[in-house]
Each structure stands twice: as C-alpha cells, then as structure tokens.
Design a binder for this molecule. Structure first.
Ligand SMILES: [Zn+2]
Length: 291
C-alpha cells in the first residue's frame, strides 16, 4: 500500500507512450483501490474506456444494438441518442464492472476528496460546459448561501498549472461521447483507433463525469486540458457512457466538485518496447485522439 494523500494522482504510463502504441500491460483493475477511489484509463489493446468511481472500476465497451433499426427510428428511447458516425450505427454503449484482472496500459487514479463544491445549475445563470469548466473551477461564481468555496481559500481553487480532479453529477442537456478500441492489430495506433471510434450525441442523460483537468505543461504525460469519462445512472434503459468529447450541463439539480492535486506520482513501464519508443509530444495528435 502506498501512502495516500487526498487528490494526489497516481498514474501508470503516459499518453505519449499510448500514442506510440505501448498498450498491452499495466496495473490490474483490482489493484486500483490500493491507490485511490476515482480515476480513468483504458484496457489492454485500447479496449474501451475505464471509469473508476467510488472504488468500482467500470469498463465501457460496445455491443450490437438490441433495437432493430426500424424500432430505433420510431421508439422514444432513440430520440435522445444519435449516432454521429457510421461506426456508431447498430452499436450501443455497454457498461460492466471491469474484470478483476483487466489490465490497464494507461490509468490515472486519485483518492478523491473534493475540497470545493458548487451546486448545479450554477448561480447567476452561468452555463457549465466542457469549454467553461476550467474557468469555472478557477474562478467560481459566488453563490449566495453556498458553502463552498470558503472565502479564505479564494484564489486557490485551481488554475492553469495544477491538476484538478473533478466530478460532475447532474443532468446533461447535451453530451458527445465516444468509445474507443480495441485495436485491430499491433500496427493500429491510438490516433487511428480513436478516428474510427463510434460517437454518439445523447441528450438529457443523468449521471456522473469524473476526470482530470491537466495543465498544458503536462501534455504528453497526461491529456492537457479536459479528460473525463461518463456513466449514466441506472434507470429503465441501457446505461450509456464513454469518453466525453463535449458536454453542456442542463437544468436539473446536481453538483460539480473538485480538488487540487499536490503531487503527481508517475509509474513507468519497463522493457525493450518502452525503451525503443520515440516519445516526442504529438500535441495535435493527442488533441485529436483524446480532446
Ligand atoms: Zn478517455
């Protein structure tokens, strides 16, 4: 057991290594609880998206849609889910608990203890979206009666040079998600996998995004800016989830909470494959694959 300070980040491997094709081995799903309670990652062979929430690792993949195409055109359930590319047609997201021995070639985990919290919808009719998240957390709107952020911590709720683990619970008016992988063979890169990954637009989904805002200086180690994974609450239909490409929070009640990481612990792969990688930072490629 490592010593755990709340909101410290424990990470295995780097996004650049993943981009360069090192995607086979890493920590196992059941080991994540030794490092924290919340996190995100991917599985071996870039198979799907992993969301680690309240000490449970969820593995998000796809399966052939149970709805026939004629049903999905007419039934209400399809109204709030739109396939955004050919790859998504005929597929649905599937959320399962990760197998204990599921291996993660890239993962970031933290013992999430939010230091700050804002109620949703935000005060003063401000909108919370992917593009406004960093600004909102760095300069939270004052909420009359809202307990956080405390006045004495004004100015230290985050910023462009810190890692900010965050969680958003609520109803999402609009969200774009994608589910990547697995790779077809060893020659397929992360960029190619994500370019052909199914994408959906979903509306009115209620659930949880957990992720990290990472500083620009960490690009290549982490994903600079927003990186979040989503799962929908359990309800009548199948739960949706995936890597969040975009979101806007809706009217329903919810909350956004976050902390500021004091330490970033980086575990590195070992072996010949790792040593042979050319690890330049492909900022444009990362933005396309993970942004
Ligand atoms: Zn992701």
């Amino acid at each position: 057991m490592v010593s755990r300070i709340p909101n410290d980040i424990f990470q295995f491997s780097t996004v650049s290594a993943l981009m360069a094709g090192l995607c086979t081995s890493g920590p196992l799903a059941h080991q994540l609880t030794g490092y924290g309670t919340h996190g995100l990652g991917t599985c071996s062979a870039l198979n799907g998206e992993v969301l680690f929430l309240d000490s449970v690792a969820y593995h998000i993949t796809t399966s052939p849609s149970k709805k026939s195409s004629s049903q999905s055109m007419t039934q209400g359930a399809a109204d709030d889910q739109e396939a955004l590319n050919d790859a998504a047609r005929g597929l649905d997201p599937v959320i399962k608990k990760a197998a204990r021995d599921a291996m993660m070639p890239f993962v970031q985990v933290t013992l999430f203890r939010p230091e700050f919290r804002l109620p949703l919808p935000l005060p003063q009719s401000k909108t919370l979206s992917k593009s406004s998240l960093l600004n909102t957390l760095s300069s939270p709107p004052r909420s009359p009666g809202g307990p956080l952020p405390p006045a004495d911590l004004k100015g230290t709720t985050g910023g462009q040079n810190s890692f900010l683990p965050f969680l958003i619970r609520g109803t999402f008016a609009d969200m774009t998600i994608r589910i990547g992988g697995p790779i077809k063979d060893d020659s397929e890169s992360l960029a190619q996998v994500t370019a052909r990954a199914p994408q959906w637009r979903i509306k009115g989904a209620k659930g949880t995004i957990f992720g990290f805002l990472s500083p620009a200086w960490s690009n290549g180690i982490s994903v600079a800016g927003f990186h979040g994974h989503f799962i929908e609450d359990e309800g009548q239909g199948a739960r949706r989830g995936g890597h969040v490409l975009d979101f806007v929070v809706g009217e329903g009640e919810g909350r956004v909470e976050w902390g500021v990481s004091g330490h970033h612990h980086l575990g590195l792969p070992r072996g010949e494959e790792w040593e042979s990688l050319e690890l330049g930072v492909d900022a444009e490629g990362i933005a396309k694959a993970e942004g």
